[in-house]
Design a protein around this ligand. Structure first.
Ligand SMILES: Cc1cc2nc3c(=O)[nH]c(=O)nc-3n(C[C@H](O)[C@H](O)[C@H](O)COP(=O)(O)OP(=O)(O)OC[C@H]3O[C@@H](n4cnc5c(N)ncnc54)[C@H](O)[C@@H]3O)c2cc1C
Length: 417
């Protein structure tokens, strides 16, 4: 690749705060709200116009909340109380104003439609990030940077080592795309029946069809009468950290969605009235960079139920690998024994003043396919907020905080250790 040298440029410091949360998604929302409630000044930088990341753009299924306390418990309780969640399904859209209200109530400054493009880093010490938005290129200075981008953009940009994909060829799990379909009236259909419906439709159409994800079991979105969300499109073989490949994946998945729509509408009784709806504005990336941290959650850990002195909370979720190539089964599920996420898995090796939270924490390929779940990402966000408070109030580095007190605080919040 050719290179150019960017000219040095003076840029304005837009905010100078205790904590900048990069990415207002699943883990980022938890981190920001919990940090603000602890009296820290917080800015969230979010590239889309919507808070919640995967929670509000892509998924509609809850899991692994039983052993969680704190923010995760508050979140799921709110969903139940408001009728937004009828276990295990939830309606993602009312969560958007709910998250906005948490941002407002807790006096968090959010910058939507703003991209974190680089860390401000010297000798491995972070002191903020560079942001690009409608206001141009600006800096946000912060005592602690929380990388909640899902992809570990900030940690990787600051020089942290990272791993990606399975051993051998580095292939990551399929990327998915969520789409809304309207005027759906066929009720809940289990995936066996759905496969039969598709088989029949393919025969009737007389055309070849490759079913990208055959574990689909459609039903209307909680609280709606005729709206369906579908995430059948699955793109394998694309690197989600490569802009060109990610764009190609989007095109492939939108084609898959349209092919499925036509197949169902023209050839089945159950879907004959459905109407084509909008796509989620961001793709469902299950896996990208895993930042190398002081501790890495290993395959052996999740198979043996590893517990640590710095264990923040317990993950009780199985491993759930969506096909990494077209030859694999659509989904490979393997059991785990409930295991800890250690504090060390949030601390990128060789860097100071930064925590990673969400799916990009330190861990191997298989564990990521277990701890990436919403409840666990929220728990990581809350732990990072507590750690940030300890470091800022104690005027010490994140590695020098009293980890025993962090573990105690997580336990007091109701996170089972
Ligand atoms: C298709 C799919 C289905 C899933 N289904 C379920 C399920 O049913 N139940 C479940 O519990 N879990 C499910 N998961 C897993 C879970 O939803 C995610 O792994 C988890 O929510 C990820 O949280 P996160 O905070 O790491 O990332 P995200 O929630 O993706 O948050 C990252 C945020 O950072 C923003 N961002 C990224 N880069 C930048 C940048 N440079 N600057 C500014 N902002 C940035 C993004 O826009 C996003 O808002 C699913 C995941 C996928 C992909």
């Amino acid at each position: 690749m050719k290179h150019i040298i960017e000219k040095q440029k003076k840029i304005p410091v837009m905010f100078d705060v205790d904590v900048v949360v990069c990415g207002g998604g699943t883990a980022g929302m938890a981190a920001a709200v919990c940090a603000a409630r602890k009296g820290l000044s917080v800015v969230i930088v979010e590239r889309t116009s919507i808070p919640g990341g995967m929670v509000t753009h892509v998924t509609y299924w809850t899991s692994d909340f039983n052993n969680k306390g704190g923010f995760a418990r508050e979140f799921i309780t709110k969903l139940y109380n408001d009728g937004i969640c009828i276990k295990p399904y939830y309606n993602p859209w009312p969560i958007v104003p709910y998250f906005d209200s948490l941002i407002e109530e807790n006096k968090i400054r959010v910058l939507y439609l703003s991209n974190v493009v680089a860390p401000i880093v010297e000798d491995g010490k972070l002191s903020g990030v560079i942001v690009e938005s409608k206001s141009g290129r600006t800096a946000i200075k912060a005592k602690i940077v929380i990388d909640a981008t899902g992809d570990g953009d900030v940690a990787a940009g600051a020089g942290a080592d990272f791993k990606q994909g399975r051993k051998g060829d580095g292939a990551v799990q399929a990327i998915s795309l969520t789409q809304m379909l309207m005027n759906y009236t066929a009720g809940q259909i289990d995936y066996k029946r759905m496969c039969e419906i598709i088989d029949k439709a393919v025969k009737k159409s007389g055309k070849k069809y490759w079913y990208p994800y055959d574990k689909w079991h459609p039903g209307t979105v909680v609280g709606t009468r005729q709206t369906l969300l579908q995430s059948v499109p699955h793109a394998t073989g694309y690197d989600p950290t490569d802009a060109v490949q990610l764009s190609d994946a989007m095109i492939e998945m939108r084609k898959q969605a349209y092919d499925l729509f036509i197949l169902l509408k023209e050839n089945t009784e159950e879907f004959k009235d459905i109407e084509f709806g909008p796509f989620s504005s961001i793709p469902g990336v299950r896996e990208s960079r895993r930042i190398v941290c002081d501790k890495m959650v290993t395959k052996a850990d999740i198979e043996s139920g590893a517990k640590y002195d710095d264990g923040l909370f317990t993950v009780a979720q199985h491993v759930d690998i969506h096909r990494r190539d077209r030859k694999e089964a659509p989904i490979i599920v393997t059991k785990t024994i409930p295991y800890h996420i250690p504090y060390g898995a949030l601390l990128p090796k060789g860097l100071e003043n930064i925590l990673v939270v969400g799916r990009c924490i330190g861990g191997e390929h298989e564990p990521l396919a277990s701890y990436r779940i919403i409840a666990d990402c929220m728990a990581m966000g809350e732990a990072a907020a507590i750690a940030a408070k300890f470091a800022i109030k104690g005027k010490c580095s994140l590695r020098k905080i009293n980890v025993g007190n962090l573990v105690k605080e997580m336990s007091a919040l109701g996170y089972v250790q």
